[in-house]
Write a protein that binds this ligand. Structure first.
Ligand SMILES: Nc1ncnc2c1ncn2[C@@H]1O[C@H](COP(=O)(O)OP(=O)(O)OP(=O)(O)O)[C@@H](O)[C@H]1O
Ligand SMILES: [Mg+2]
Length: 353
């Protein structure tokens, strides 16, 4: 494993290290993730020397293969994207929607109304990420930032048991941080670096990412401050996911947009800030006992929907008799030829007669 201690950087003596430590910068990766503007702001250090320090940190991480070079050609990016980690949802329908599962180095945002299954999805992923790679997991731990006090270890135990994993081991690999206010939520993520390294974290869950910001900044007057702080949080989340090659799931609530006359008036909270930092956005919608998941915004997935259910085992495929929309579509495509062949002889019948 790469040595991430701050003292391994040339020019960092005990004084600088202490200054950085006191401001929550614990290792070289933290330097890169937080960036010079913020670091010079919180430590009071001279901006130019911080830029210098962050650059040295970046070079060192590039040399150790922990970060990408600044200039790479598209073939290299393509090759590297093939190696991206994916965490299975353990359902055919949602894996299909996500093209194999929840991706590392990205934020997957899940938004939807109450009881639409966002928290159940997060709990399921806390278990599946721990599966071995050959079973679709990443054999990694979880950092669960719980802002609504809805993390339930009992659910983890049930889901783990039903998936054939040892519940005690699964619980051990989930680090839960309960955030009490939006500043605390930010602080937890700022302090997460060493925890991610020590516990081989492969998934960060933030349930919910916007709830506390929404509750604390009420009214139009505070909107721009709220958006600024939320922006800071979401950017730190995406930088953390990229730097440590881990997946991030952020849940989001919805509001009703009064200006929408046609179609679904439900909109995710957080406006452009959340929209622009989330790599993938999935909308969960209730439909009786079933749930619909729609890929709303993605750089490379088509906009499509699948049907899933919520059961003891977390998110699940719908029962066999009610196939998912995608399965139906797929089977229609593949069945095209056989049906034509079946029709063939039937058509011949009257002609022959
Ligand atoms: N053990 C279980 N077995 C089957 N279904 C369950 C179980 N636990 C929860 N559910 C289902 O999950 C739903 C709650 O989903 P969840 O808590 O994930 O919603 P949410 O989208 O997080 O809502 P909110 O916005 O209120 O946080 C319940 O209405 C129920 O249908
Ligand atoms: Mg919830």
């Amino acid at each position: 494993m790469a040595d991430l201690r701050l003292d391994t950087l040339p020019g960092v003596g005990p004084v600088t290290r202490k200054k950085l430590n006191d401001s929550g910068i614990h290792n070289i990766m933290d330097l890169v993730v937080r960036g010079p503007v913020e670091i010079s702001d919180i430590t009071g250090m001279d901006f130019d020397s911080v830029v210098n320090l962050v650059n040295k940190a970046r070079y060192q991480l590039i040399e150790e293969g922990k970060l990408e070079k600044d200039f790479v050609n598209a073939t290299e990016i393509y090759k590297r994207r093939q190696d991206l980690g994916r965490i299975t949802t353990d359902t055919d329908c949602l894996d299909h929607l996500l093209d194999g599962g929840v991706e590392t180095q990205a934020i997957t945002e899940v938004y939807g109304e109450f009881s639409s299954g966002k928290t159940q999805f997060c709990h399921t992923m806390c278990v599946t990420v721990q599966k071995p790679k050959e079973d679709g997991g990443l054999d990694g731990g979880v950092l669960y930032i719980d802002t609504e006090n809805t993390f339930r270890p009992e659910r983890i135990v049930t889901i783990a048991k039903m998936k054939g994993l040892d519940p005690e081991k699964v619980l051990d690999r989930i680090i839960v941080a309960r955030a009490y206010n939006s500043s605390h939520q930010q602080l937890i993520l700022e302090e997460a670096g060493p925890i991610i390294e020590e516990n081989k974290i492969k998934l960060i869950v933030v349930d919910s990412a916007v709830g506390l910001f929404r509750a604390e900044y009420l009214g139009r007057g505070t909107l721009s401050v709220r958006q600024q702080r939320l922006n800071k949080f979401m950017h730190l989340l995406v930088r953390t996911a990229e730097a440590y090659n881990i997946a991030a799931i952020a849940t989001n609530q919805v509001m009703s947009a009064p200006d929408v006359f046609f179609g679904d008036p439900t909109r995710p909270i957080g406006g452009n800030v959340v929209a622009h930092t989330s790599t993938y956005r999935i909308y969960f919608k209730k439909s009786g006992k079933k749930r619909i998941a729609r890929m709303v915004d993605s750089p490379h997935h088509p906009e499509q929907e699948v049907i899933f259910t919520l059961t003891e085992v977390g998110v699940s495929d719908p029962e066999e008799d009610s196939k998912t929309k995608v399965d139906k579509l797929l089977s229609k495509k593949t069945e095209k030829k056989p049906t034509a062949q079946v029709r063939g002889p039937a058509k011949q019948g009257p002609e022959n007669a």
